[in-house]
Write a protein that binds this ligand. Structure first.
Ligand SMILES: [Mg+2]
Length: 251
């Protein structure tokens, strides 16, 4: 029987694309929608300075769109860590989180339909990552497991890397969390967890996959926070630079 290709699963934001600017703009506009105001922005340069600063300080703690609410309703310090972030997040009402998630996707859709090219230009692929993905899609089986919506991931890949073949994209709508997505891929492809590799820049997304014996690594080239790097070291999670990535994947 022909041996199947090795499976590599990638997170998207902070691993393939720096989407900080896009998320900064959409998170602001979603809050405007939520509070019934119309002071929307199209570019980070239009954002208030303290918003820009707050946004960047919590960017990598955010696992799903509703968690951006911490910027607007949380009492966060200047240099928050994971603990501060969780505390703020807990204090925010769950119904508000649901409403905000809806507004976030509405606003992204609205922005894309208004100025698609400008939306694309708020994303920056990390240096050399697209070539690695292209190689990876030829020699391995490539999956995306992401908190970003599938449509946007497709749009970005079509624009920046149309030669890259992705087997499947699992987003927040498809599965509740990343572990479920990874398990589903393993089951569908009939491989052991330890035969699959998964790369994410948010260490909290790696805890459960590690317990479940997936071959995981933390990407440090995106917005990995210092306390996430420390946590990865403590838990023996490999920390990859872009230079290490090819090696880890086995390209
Ligand atoms: Mg990420």
């Amino acid at each position: 029987m022909k041996k199947r290709k090795e499976i590599i699963a990638f997170d998207v934001d902070g691993v393939i694309f720096d989407s900080t600017e896009e998320c900064l703009v959409i998170a602001w506009n979603a809050h405007q929608e939520l509070i019934g105001k119309d002071e929307k922005i199209s570019h980070p340069s239009e954002a208030k300075e303290d918003y820009d600063q707050k946004f960047r300080s919590i960017r990598n703690y955010v696992r799903s769109m509703d968690e951006y609410l911490v910027i607007f309703y949380g009492n966060i310090s200047e240099n928050p860590d994971q603990k501060d972030f969780e505390k703020c997040l807990d204090s925010i009402d769950d119904d508000l989180k649901k409403l905000y998630t809806k507004s976030f996707y509405n606003q992204r859709k609205e922005y894309k339909s208004r100025s698609y090219e400008q939306w694309i230009r708020l994303h920056y692929p990390y240096e050399s990552i697209l070539e690695i993905l292209e190689l990876c899609s030829k020699r391995k089986e490539l999956f995306m497991v992401t908190g970003k919506d599938k449509g946007s991931v497709k749009d970005l890949l079509d624009y920046f890397a149309s030669d890259v073949v992705v087997q499947e994209i699992y987003d927040k709508h498809a599965v509740e969390n990343k572990l479920i997505a990874l398990k589903k891929i393993a089951l569908d492809c009939n491989v052991q967890h330890s035969e699959m590799k998964f790369i994410d820049d948010n260490v909290t997304h790696l805890f459960e996959p590690q317990k479940n014996e997936f071959n995981i690594a933390l990407a440090e080239w995106g917005y990995a926070m210092p306390d996430h790097i420390m946590e990865a070291k403590k838990r023996n999670i490999p920390i990859l630079s872009l230079n290490d990535l090819k090696n880890f994947i086995g390209l």
